[in-house]
Design a protein around this ligand. Sequence first.
Ligand code: ZN
Ligand code: ZN
Length: 76
Amino acid sequence: MASITIRVEPRHAGNTTCDHKVKPSGKPRDPASGCAGRTTYAVVCSEHDDVGQPHHVKVLAEPAAVDHRQEHCAAL
Ligand SMILES: [Zn+2]
Ligand SMILES: [Zn+2]
């Protein structure tokens, strides 16, 4: 059985991955990092890539990731 990873990935406004350190507010911790701040959170599946539309807050993306994982479990 292939192992599937589903994660919540922070994105910038331009839909690029944000792996910068940010403050709890979502603003960059280091102004010199070139980070414009996180605006969305995408659910990313190793099998399906982006799942649905990105969410504007992390608390909505996390349950969407759980839902998607359950869809995989149900499909087996
Ligand atoms: Zn960033
Ligand atoms: Zn999937």
